[in-house]
Design a protein around this ligand. Structure first.
Ligand code: GAR
Length: 196
């Protein structure tokens, strides 16, 4: 089975969906949850599921992102990581780090890429008057929120939506999409999965 490390910065609801999907018949198993923030709510949820956790605080490294990433590499390698899943990991990674995980690192982004790379995706979709919105799982490449699309799920934008109400609707789909994509990816299938 492929060994999956999940990188988080916050509540970790996508991490929980991934962990809970990796049942005995799954082609992958969790090996590590790694956070850049000791306050991330996801850490306790991982521990409760028996998954090892490590915190590498980015702050002492200041602008020296590659020194921070060298510290991230250590637990990832020690855990025997085959696949890295970014799940609400809110630090931008350098080309050097990304290239070391080329073809083995996934990210979930809360928009229908290539629309709305970066932050505030729900607000931007509302401001644009979009009638649909959603989420994307993609392979991570050197360009932010870019790289081959492995899956997308769509939601309608409703009358009266706020960024929060739209985010909640998208998040439900993130929790379906990411586990489904990881299962396929770990089994060697990289064809895009499109969910409605
Ligand atoms: C998710 O909506 C994820 O798509 C988004 O952060 C949230 C994390 O929630 N990711 C990004 O914005 C990446 N730039 P979670 O911690 O509950 O999974």
């Amino acid at each position: 089975r492929k060994r999956v490390a999940i990188m988080i910065s916050g509540g970790g609801s996508n991490m929980v969906a991934l962990l809970d999907s990796m049942t005995a018949d799954h082609p992958a198993e969790p090996c590590l949850v790694l956070s850049n923030d000791a306050r991330a709510g996801g850490l306790a949820k991982a521990a409760a599921r028996g998954v090892p956790t490590t915190v590498v605080d980015h702050r002492p490294f200041g602008k020296n992102r590659s020194a921070f990433e060298d510290e991230l590499m250590k637990p990832l390698l020690a855990a025997g990581t085959d696949i890295v899943c970014l799940a609400g990991f809110m630090r931008v990674l350098t080309d050097g780090f990304v290239s070391r995980w080329q073809g083995r690192m996934l990210n979930i982004h809360p928009s229908l890429l290539p629309k709305y790379k970066g932050l505030h995706t729900h607000q931007r979709a509302l401001e644009a008057g979009d009638s649909e919105h959603g989420c994307t799982v993609h392979e991570v490449t050197a360009r932010l929120d870019d790289g081959p699309i492995l899956g997308q799920a769509r939601v309608p934008v409703m009358e009266g939506d706020t960024p929060d109400s739209l985010a909640a609707r998208v998040l439900v789909q993130e929790h379906r999409l990411y586990p489904a994509v990881l299962r396929r990816f770990a089994g060697g299938d990289r064809r895009p999965l499109m969910l409605d």
